[in-house]
Design a protein around this ligand. Structure first.
Ligand code: FAD
Length: 468
């Protein structure tokens, strides 16, 4: 191999999504010689190109359209805006381009080389990056961080090349807005797309393989989401499993094991993800992914080979861009320092961009009840808040769970407009140690008025007044 195609580094990172970026930036800022390998033609990872950014930009465009069409002032002027899925999707492309540019400058400014190509281990300290034209680049390093992400899971008996069958990547290239859609899988991605399609007036069947939506959430929030989805006209079916998919020229029929048959214009398969570990030469170094392609790691994100770390979607839960970045940074710190004295916050917030939006952090009522923690609840309904009345976004609630003796905040659960922002106020207090994590903070603090943040004072007083 030509020596100019060979490089010696302290750390090589695979992937330029949030996991890879978090790791590479921290290493570079601490003077480590680091390179990243990326197989896609642009940096940013699944987060920028197929996941978070396109789906949230599309959601925002759909939301604005729906709001404009509902607005009584616009309606009185006869406005009835009609935009196709493709036109709405355009809004996302400009955000993707800007994100790629910004993140590219981060790598450039920190002098981190980006080597294009499919990374494969040759041995435990060498990676080869193969470009599309067959050119190869060899990188030797003491440590590696695998941040290769995940992709939609494809069962062998479903034909994803059929023009009416989509996964969460392919749906972004949908040309026409369909009249009806079946979404198979009611996880976060399935629920978010349900809300987007419903806001476009598409008939939606949401098929859930479990007994309730998003089981990891607090029951009261799950009930609220189910209620609002049904109220918006979504046909929700729980405890169903597919038997077969029959794709035809005029629609797709989903045959369920229960005997039910559902025919719609298109099918969106949103059931599971597979870690990107194939064709990475892992067999050469003895790293064995599980059946979902995911790598097992310890609390310091080390695989069974301690100098090879894995972070982000490739290790599975929580499979969030937010968590991937923090994990990448943690792995980098562990490489530099040999240990990390302040462990990673295990309490990770969830932000779910359905209609209504949902966000939570900390324990649910189910968990606190199971562990017999003496807790109390404080509620604030958005419909009673001046700010919500002014903006017209009155659907929603903030719920605080706190220890009835110590007043420590144990969980913050919210649904409604801007829930994923609102939750961070509670998270900041929850993260305080000792007496600083207290319900009293919300009672004694002056909040701007009118704001949604005021919900914290209302919920705190509501809960405090329940104590005896
Ligand atoms: C529809 C959808 C919506 C989402 N919405 C949100 C959200 O709102 N908020 C949130 O926090 N998260 C969201 N997520 C999840 C989020 O996108 C992921 O958690 C995040 O992208 C994971 O980051 P990562 O760095 O682990 O992997 P990725 O971002 O997937 O990056 C991995 C990179 O590695 C590259 N790669 C893979 N294998 C190789 C190889 N062998 N050689 C070289 N390069 C390789 C890939 O090309 C890719 O660029 C969403 C996901 C989906 C699918």
């Amino acid at each position: 191999m030509d020596s100019k195609n060979e490089g010696e580094y302290e750390v090589v990172v695979i992937g330029t999504g949030p996991g890879g970026e978090g790791a590479a930036m921290h290493l570079a800022k601490h003077g480590r010689r680091v390179a990243v390998v990326e197989r896609f033609r642009q940096i940013g990872g699944g987060s920028t190109h197929w996941g978070t950014i396109p789906s949230k930009s599309l959601r925002n465009a759909i939301f604005q359209l729906a709001e404009a069409n509902k607005n009584p002032i616009f309606r009185a002027c006869g406005a009835n805006f009609q935009l196709s899925f493709k036109q709405l999707r355009k809004a996302a492309s400009s955000v993707i381009d800007r994100q790629v540019e910004i993140h590219k400058t981060y790598f450039e400014r920190n002098g981190i080389p980006i080597i294009t190509g499919q990374a494969r281990f040759v041995d435990a300290n060498t990676i080869e990056a193969e470009q599309e034209d067959g050119a190869r680049h060899r990188l030797h390093a003491k440590s590696f961080i695998i941040a290769s992400g995940a992709r939609p899971y494809h069962p062998a008996d479903v034909d994803f090349t059929h023009p009416r069958i989509f996964d969460s990547d392919k749906i972004l290239s949908l040309e026409q807005t369909p009249l009806s859609v079946t979404i198979y899988g009611a996880g976060v991605v399935g629920c978010e797309y349900t809300s987007m399609f419903r806001n476009l007036n598409v008939k939606v069947n949401l098929i859930n393989t479990r007994s309730k939506l998003l089981e990891f959430l607090d029951d009261e929030i799950i009930d609220a989401l189910s209620y609002h989805m049904r109220d918006q006209g979504v046909l929700l079916r729980h405890n169903e499993e597919y038997a077969s998919v029959d794709a035809r020229s005029d629609g797709v029929i989903l045959n369920l094991k229960s005997g039910k048959q559902i025919k719609t214009d298109v099918l969106l398969w949103a059931n599971g993800r597979t870690g990107n570990t194939d064709d990475m030469g892992l067999e050469k170094i003895g790293l064995v992914p599980d059946k979902r392609g995911q790598l097992k790691v310890n609390d310091d994100f080390q695989t069974s080979l301690p100098h090879i770390y894995a972070v982000g979607d490739v290790i599975g839960f929580p499979a969030l861009a937010s968590a991937a970045f923090v994990q990448g940074r943690y792995a980098a710190r562990h490489i530099i320092e040999g240990f990390v004295k302040d462990p990673l916050a295990r309490v990770i917030p969830t932000g779910i961009y359905t209609s209504p939006e949902i966000s939570s952090v900390g324990k649910t009522e189910q968990e606190l009840t199971a562990e017999k923690t003496p807790y109390e609840i404080g509620h604030a309904a958005f419909k009673n808040l001046a700010r919500a009345q002014i903006t017209g976004q009155t659907v929603g609630m903030l719920k605080l769970l706190f220890h009835r003796e110590t007043l420590e905040i144990l969980g913050v659960h919210c649904f409604g407009a801007n829930a994923s922002e609102i939750v961070h106020i509670g998270q900041a207090i929850m993260a305080q140690t000792g007496k600083a994590n207290s319900l009293l903070y919300f009672i004694n603090t002056t909040f701007n008025y009118p704001t949604m943040a005021e919900a914290y004072r209302v919920a705190a007083l509501n809960g405090y007044n329940r104590l005896f």
